[in-house]
Design a protein around this ligand. Structure first.
Ligand SMILES: [Fe+2]
Length: 253
């Protein structure tokens, strides 16, 4: 079921129209044939606002609550499941029965947050992948959330067994030789690079460095011997609400 919120905002209409339900379906109709020995799952996360934004006209695509979709292939059959990532900030809105948080592109006046509520929303909508036997859902403004890969039940925030504290990139890499996860966190002007062990998920290596200015850092590159970070300082809001930047710099660790 889709929404019919009154707005011309392109991020709430057409292919972006929010879907209001959590669903599952089994033994899906298949065109062709799924090989009997092919077993696995394909996951994606996407922004799907659970409640009508406080200002629908200022809503931005990046703000939608994370919903995970899993397609499961097993014994020649396919099944499908969707669940919202049950973040602490979403729980506040479910309890209120409406959007309480405003969007980060000036998306409306914030509602009254109860004591103890997260001051900002973690929308868990940017990337998803299995690590440490959990389905981790990433959002660059906060910690990843962990879900059960099969049921898509949300366990809570995930910090690599105490190895990270505030946030991390949504764009990790997996070392093809060891299976270790390589990723970074950008907090203010400090970039910290991490290696998480493939078997224990403990952080076994980290390096921090200061690049002098706060950056909005999206991705990085890794080789056998180097990690390369592209820093775009001075992020600003452009006329369309999209973040722009100038004075790029390259940092090699
Ligand atoms: Fe990103």
């Amino acid at each position: 079921m889709t929404t019919d919120w009154p707005t011309d905002n392109k991020f709430l209409r057409g292919p972006f129209t929010p879907w209001t339900e959590e669903n599952e379906a089994y033994d899906l109709e298949v065109q062709g044939e799924i090989p009997a020995d092919l077993a696995g799952a394909l996951f994606r996360t996407f922004g799907n606002p659970r409640f009508q934004p406080r200002n629908t006209d200022r809503y931005h695509w990046w703000e939608g609550d994370g919903m995970v979709c899993g397609i499961y292939l097993r014994e020649g059959k396919a099944a499908y499941r969707t669940r919202w990532v049950d973040t602490d900030s979403m729980k506040i809105e479910v309890q209120a029965g409406e959007a309480v948080y405003s969007g980060f592109v000036n998306g409306g006046t914030p509602g009254r947050l109860p004591d103890g509520a997260p001051p900002a929303k973690n929308v868990a909508n940017t990337n998803v992948g299995v690590f440490d036997d959990r389905l981790l859902v990433y959002y660059e403004g906060g910690l990843p959330y962990a879900m059960d890969p099969e049921t898509l039940k949300t366990f809570g925030t995930y910090d690599f067994h105490g190895g990270i504290d505030i946030l991390c990139t949504a764009h990790y890499k997996i070392d093809p030789d060891s299976g270790d996860m390589l990723f970074f966190a950008a907090t203010g002007p400090t970039i910290t690079w991490y290696r998480a062990d493939a078997k224990t998920a403990e952080i076994i290596e980290s390096h921090s460095f200061d690049i002098g200015v706060p950056v909005l850092m999206h991705d990085f590159a890794v080789s056998d011997h180097y990690a390369v970070f592209f820093g775009s300082e001075k992020p600003t809001h452009g006329p369309t609400g999209v973040l722009a930047a100038d004075s790029p710099q390259l940092t090699v660790l």
